[in-house]
Design a protein around this ligand. Sequence first.
Ligand SMILES: [Zn+2]
Length: 101
Amino acid sequence: MKIKKGDQVVVISGKYRGKKGKVIRAFPKEDKVMVEGVNIVKKHVRPRKSGEKGQIAEMFAPLHVSNVKLICPKCRKATRVGYKIEGDKKYRICKKCGKEI
Ligand SMILES: [Zn+2]
Protein backbone atom coordinates (compact mmCIF):
# COMPACT_ATOMS: atom_id res chain seq x y z
CA MET A 1 0.00 0.00 0.00
CA LYS A 2 1.28 3.41 -0.91
CA ILE A 3 0.00 5.27 2.12
CA LYS A 4 1.54 4.68 5.50
CA LYS A 5 0.94 5.59 9.07
CA GLY A 6 2.03 9.15 9.79
CA ASP A 7 1.40 10.40 6.25
CA GLN A 8 -0.54 13.58 5.67
CA VAL A 9 -3.41 12.97 3.32
CA VAL A 10 -6.32 14.82 1.80
CA VAL A 11 -9.70 13.20 1.26
CA ILE A 12 -10.76 13.32 -2.38
CA SER A 13 -14.27 11.93 -2.26
CA GLY A 14 -17.31 11.62 -0.07
CA LYS A 15 -18.58 13.67 2.81
CA TYR A 16 -15.12 14.64 4.03
CA ARG A 17 -13.79 15.73 0.67
CA GLY A 18 -11.07 18.35 0.97
CA LYS A 19 -10.35 17.52 4.57
CA LYS A 20 -6.74 17.01 5.49
CA GLY A 21 -5.42 14.85 8.24
CA LYS A 22 -2.78 12.51 9.42
CA VAL A 23 -2.98 8.76 8.95
CA ILE A 24 -3.20 7.29 12.41
CA ARG A 25 -3.51 3.68 11.33
CA ALA A 26 -3.01 1.78 8.13
CA PHE A 27 -4.69 -1.50 7.23
CA PRO A 28 -2.69 -2.82 4.29
CA LYS A 29 -4.71 -6.03 3.97
CA GLU A 30 -7.95 -4.15 3.50
CA ASP A 31 -6.42 -1.20 1.65
CA LYS A 32 -7.82 1.08 4.27
CA VAL A 33 -6.52 3.93 6.35
CA MET A 34 -7.72 5.66 9.46
CA VAL A 35 -7.36 9.41 9.18
CA GLU A 36 -7.47 11.79 12.09
CA GLY A 37 -10.63 13.90 12.01
CA VAL A 38 -12.16 12.01 9.10
CA ASN A 39 -15.10 9.61 9.15
CA ILE A 40 -16.06 10.23 12.73
CA VAL A 41 -18.35 7.63 14.19
CA LYS A 42 -19.89 7.68 17.60
CA LYS A 43 -19.67 4.58 19.61
CA HIS A 44 -21.39 3.71 22.80
CA VAL A 45 -19.05 2.49 25.45
CA ARG A 46 -20.70 0.33 28.03
CA PRO A 47 -20.00 1.05 31.65
CA ARG A 48 -17.35 -1.20 33.02
CA LYS A 49 -18.48 -1.04 36.61
CA SER A 50 -22.01 -0.87 37.90
CA GLY A 51 -22.97 2.68 38.83
CA GLU A 52 -20.75 4.05 36.08
CA LYS A 53 -22.35 5.83 33.17
CA GLY A 54 -22.02 4.63 29.63
CA GLN A 55 -20.18 7.03 27.39
CA ILE A 56 -20.18 8.01 23.80
CA ALA A 57 -16.73 7.84 22.35
CA GLU A 58 -15.74 9.32 19.04
CA MET A 59 -13.80 7.06 16.77
CA PHE A 60 -12.54 7.29 13.25
CA ALA A 61 -13.80 4.69 10.85
CA PRO A 62 -11.25 3.55 8.29
CA LEU A 63 -11.75 4.61 4.72
CA HIS A 64 -10.54 3.10 1.51
CA VAL A 65 -7.13 4.25 0.42
CA SER A 66 -8.49 5.23 -3.01
CA ASN A 67 -10.45 8.00 -1.30
CA VAL A 68 -7.36 9.79 -0.11
CA LYS A 69 -4.35 11.35 -1.73
CA LEU A 70 -0.98 11.81 -0.15
CA ILE A 71 0.24 15.31 0.58
CA CYS A 72 3.88 15.46 -0.27
CA PRO A 73 5.89 16.72 2.70
CA LYS A 74 8.40 18.29 0.33
CA CYS A 75 6.24 20.28 -2.07
CA ARG A 76 2.99 20.32 -0.04
CA LYS A 77 0.90 19.22 -2.99
CA ALA A 78 -1.59 16.40 -3.14
CA THR A 79 0.15 13.83 -5.25
CA ARG A 80 0.29 10.30 -6.47
CA VAL A 81 3.03 8.12 -5.15
CA GLY A 82 5.60 6.49 -7.34
CA TYR A 83 8.37 4.09 -6.53
CA LYS A 84 12.03 4.24 -7.21
CA ILE A 85 14.13 1.12 -6.86
CA GLU A 86 17.81 1.39 -6.14
CA GLY A 87 19.56 -1.88 -5.60
CA ASP A 88 17.38 -3.76 -3.17
CA LYS A 89 15.87 -0.63 -1.68
CA LYS A 90 12.56 0.78 -2.65
CA TYR A 91 11.73 4.42 -2.15
CA ARG A 92 8.48 6.24 -2.41
CA ILE A 93 8.69 9.30 -4.56
CA CYS A 94 6.37 12.20 -5.17
CA LYS A 95 5.05 12.26 -8.73
CA LYS A 96 4.89 16.05 -8.61
CA CYS A 97 8.33 17.06 -7.42
CA GLY A 98 10.17 13.76 -7.79
CA LYS A 99 11.56 13.88 -4.29
CA GLU A 100 11.78 10.96 -1.96
CA ILE A 101 8.96 10.79 0.57
ZN1 LIG B 1 6.38 16.62 -3.90
